[in-house]
Design a protein around this ligand. Structure first.
Ligand SMILES: [Zn+2]
Length: 454
């Protein structure tokens, strides 16, 4: 007998969506179909869509060291509310950053106590830790994050191209993936100097970090990848423009193992929103103009974006407020972990015809495959973990402060109207969020490691 049955929902399977019941025992899916018998507990999913739980490959919880910026408990409460069942958490802005085995062990211990959802940990690739990459890889990091431009925080140094090339040689040997923040340091520094001294309206932040700074950095990353040998794998995080994706696509078609993600905020907002909302929408790369956003949507719809991560990166409210009149003073980072599915349902499914199958692929299957978590995670199938985001795709709602889970209470999405809402989140068969309430417990989340791809 099953412990749990999800009955009557439209289930988004790798082969397409269809009405089906799902049986779950000990946190694992044991049957999907029409003849599933009752279990101890039954969830009525009629008129709802059952998606595989979101795997958010890009979040910053900032603990240890800066738990007042978010922390594992607040961050994974947001995950639960957003239908996110696994987070892959970045090596910054925790302190110490996750660039040494000791820092990894410290973060793993804290996350294991506090997380409500499953989690993997990124390691860092910084100028002074090349000797640590192998041991971090053995610890089970999901990959290594590197910055080509300033990270915004002094304890996580950017890598000049020469060091990036050396780091890529090491990660190629390990068959580990490198996640790259690709903005040209040189271009951004030069433009920032001019923009910052010229009166600094909010859009000066955007003008200092144009799309071409991303394109240039991706081109240089590709140069660094050449000559590193077999097995080199790079993933460009938070690409904000079609021109950047075109670079990735062209390299891929020539055989380079490179992928790219974008984020919900680049799909949801434009520079006009940034002018109006200000610091809560400050991020790097910045929010783009309407034409750039539409071109990015076209890339998503054409299947040239590999996956969608939130780049959830909150800070204390005061660090946003101080940029109210001078945008350059604000911390750059967006609290968006709850926004991925609502944005994709509203602006994707309803407004642009993005299919539920594509949403499941972009938010669950693709990240699971890329980061070595598939088939245990990333799809609804017998034998997989029972991780689900159950959504009401037709529900109209407005994102209010009661919905917001982030510690600072700051979100650019407050007041935004959505069609499509997460109504229940299930992690390994246990409901962690239902009807607006967090019901999961800290410590339920388990550490996940990448499985070797070959
Ligand atoms: Zn980030």
């Amino acid at each position: 007998m099953s412990a749990l049955v999800i009955r009557g929902g439209t289930v988004v399977l790798p082969t397409g969506q269809r009405p089906a019941d799902i049986a779950i025992l000990d946190g694992t899916i044991t049957a999907v179909g029409s003849e599933v018998r009752d279990g101890d507990e039954t969830i009525d999913a009629r008129n709802l869509v059952v998606l595989p739980g979101v795997i958010d490959a890009h979040v910053h919880f900032n603990e240890p060291g800066r738990a007042d910026w978010e922390g594992w408990e607040a961050g994974t409460r947001g995950a639960a509310a957003g239908g996110v069942t696994t987070v892959l958490e970045m090596p910054l802005n925790a302190h110490p950053p996750t660039t040494t085995p000791a820092a990894f062990d410290e973060k793993l211990a804290i996350a294991s106590q506090k997380a409500l959802v499953d989690f993997g940990l990124w390691g860092g690739l910084v100028p002074d830790n090349l000797d640590n990459l192998q041991i971090l890889h053995q610890r089970g990091v999901i990959g290594f994050k590197a910055f080509m431009s300033h990270s915004g925080i002094d304890d996580f140094q950017r890598v000049p191209d020469g060091i990036l090339a050396i780091g890529l040689k090491t990660t190629a040997r390990l068959n580990a993936i490198v996640g790259v923040h690709a903005e040209s340091h040189e271009t951004v520094e030069r433009l920032s100097t001019g923009e910052r001294s010229s009166g600094a309206d909010r859009l000066s932040w955007c003008r200092a970090r144009p799309s071409r700074a991303e394109v240039e950095a991706i081109q240089r990353l590709l140069v660094c990848m050449r000559g590193t040998g077999r097995g080199v794998r790079a993933h460009v995080v938070h690409v904000s423009c079609a021109e950047g994706l075109a670079q990735v696509d062209a390299a891929r078609s020539k055989g380079t193992t490179i992928t790219a993600e974008t984020c919900p905020h680049y799909l949801a907002f434009t520079e006009e929103d940034f002018e109006r909302i200000g610091p809560a929408l400050k991020c790097a790369p910045p929010i783009r103009d309407p034409a750039t956003r539409e071109a990015l949507w076209a890339e998503v719809l054409a299947g040239r974006v590999d996956l969608i991560g939130s780049d959830h990166s909150p800070c204390p409210a005061a660090d946003k407020q101080k940029g109210e009149h001078d945008i350059w003073q604000a911390w750059g980072g967006i609290a968006g972990i709850q926004a991925t599915l609502p944005v994709l349902l509203t602006d994707g499914l309803h407004a642009r015809g993005l299919s539920l199958e594509r949403i499941a692929h972009l938010t669950a299957t693709a990240p699971a495959q890329l980061f070595g978590l598939f088939p245990r995670k990333g799809g609804i199938a017998v034998g997989a973990d029972a991780d689900f985001a159950i959504v009401d795709p037709e529900q109209r709602w407005t994102f209010g402060s009661n919905d917001l889970q982030t510690r600072s209470g700051v979100s650019a999405y407050l007041g935004r109207a959505f069609t499509g809402k997460v109504v229940r989140t299930i992690v390994r068969g246990t409901t962690v969020f239902v009807d607006g309430e967090i019901v999961g417990n800290p410590g339920w989340g388990q550490f996940v490691k990448p499985q070797p791809t070959r």
